[in-house]
Design a protein around this ligand. Sequence first.
Ligand SMILES: [Cu+2]
Length: 173
Amino acid sequence: MNKILPLSLIVLVVLVGVGLYLKTASRPVTTPTESPETSISPVALPVVSQSPHITTKPFPSPTPTPKATSSIQVIQRQVTPTPTPVPGEIQTHQVTIQNFTFSPSNLTVHKGDMVIFTNKDSSPHTATDIGGAWDSGSISSQPFTLDTANLQSKTYSYKCSFHPSMTGTLKVE
Ligand SMILES: [Cu+2]
């Protein structure tokens, strides 16, 4: 009997302990309405604490400066085309005859330049040097081209032989 009593006590203690363990373990399963309230608060805290760590990491990385410098270099390359000022080259000048008027009525050219007289009126006109150095003849649809290479360096006064009130000057330099 002396050996059986402690064994029964140990078995009782073990049974009570197992029974208490089963009760506490089965409580959250049998009462699910209480467990989500306690489980939400510990879950929400680590989420709030982790999100600032994640958002602060991508902020220091953006640096789009090298793209702007490359576009500036492309613009500087496109600005470089050089103008071509050619001194002493033969130029072409236009004199328009319209509404019985030479336009421009006073023209200065370099010796060797070309002067093209274009008639935009319905009636024919001429560009005739008063001194007789050159005469276009009747200009209608086809323009008249005057080559100043063989002219003297002076100012020529010309008129329309059909309409003497139409006058102009051509200065050859
Ligand atoms: Cu005329």
